[in-house]
Design a protein around this ligand. Structure first.
Ligand SMILES: [Zn+2]
Length: 193
C-alpha cells in the first residue's frame, strides 16, 4: 500500500517541479546593425534626345525619291521606297517608346522629394501622351503597309484618285487625296463649332 503523501511532501514535490524547470535565459539584446545610408541620386540624368528632322510644315522629313521620266505611278520601285520609309519610321518610333519606358523607370526611383516628384510626374504625363500618339502612329503605319500589300496604296479612300507622289513623300500614311482631305478638314471645323 502506498503511503499517502503528507501535505508537506506534496508541497515539496510541487516546489521541486517548479525549480526543476530550467529557465532558459532569453536573448536580451539584439545586435543592432547600423544600416548604411545610401545617398539618393541628386543630379537628373540628362538624356540627349535625338532630334528628328522636320520640314517647315512640322512634318517628319523622309528620304526623298526621284522618279525617272515616264515612271508609272506606284510602280515597283516607288512601292519599295515607301515600304522602306514606313518600316524605318516604325522602328524609330518603337525604339523611342522603349527608351522612354526605361528612362521613366530610372526617374521614378531617383526622386524622393515630393516637389521634385510632382514636376516629374507632369513631365511623365506629357511623355506618356507623346508615346500614346506614337503608338497610334505605329498602328497607322501598319495599316498603310497592309494597304501596300493589298495594292491599295497611293489611291484616295474616298474618291479613288491618285493621292500623288509628292503628297505621299511628305505624308506616307496619307489615305486621302488633297481635295478630299481639305473637304474633310472643313467639315471637321464645322462640326467643332
Ligand atoms: Zn479623294
Amino acid at each position: 500500500m502506498a503511503q499517502k503523501k503528507s501535505l508537506m511532501q506534496k508541497a515539496i514535490d510541487a516546489a521541486k517541479k517548479v525549480v526543476a524547470k530550467p529557465i532558459t535565459p532569453k536573448k536580451v539584446a539584439k545586435k543592432v546593425v547600423a544600416k548604411p545610408i545610401t545617398p539618393k541620386k541628386v543630379a537628373k540624368k540628362v538624356v540627349a534626345k535625338p532630334i528628328t528632322p522636320k520640314n517647315s510644315r512640322g512634318l517628319k522629313k523622309f528620304n526623298s525619291y526621284k522618279p525617272k521620266a515616264n515612271e508609272s505611278y506606284m510602280n515597283k520601285s516607288q512601292i519599295k521606297h515607301f515600304v522602306k520609309i514606313l518600316n524605318d519610321w516604325k522602328l524609330e518610333l518603337s525604339s523611342d517608346i522603349d527608351r522612354t519606358v526605361s528612362h521613366m523607370q530610372d526617374e521614378l526611383t531617383a526622386y524622393a522629394d515630393p516637389n521634385d516628384r510632382a514636376s516629374q510626374e507632369s513631365d511623365m504625363a506629357l511623355e506618356l501622351r507623346n508615346r500614346d500618339r506614337e503608338r497610334k502612329l505605329i498602328k497607322k503605319i501598319d495599316g498603310t503597309l497592309l494597304n501596300i500589300g493589298n495594292d491599295e496604296y497611293g489611291y484616295c479612300n474616298v474618291c479613288g484618285e491618285e493621292i500623288g507622289l509628292n503628297r505621299l513623300l511628305a505624308r506616307p500614311t496619307a489615305t486621302l487625296c488633297i481635295d478630299c482631305k481639305t473637304l474633310d478638314e472643313i467639315r471637321e471645323k464645322q462640326m467643332a463649332k
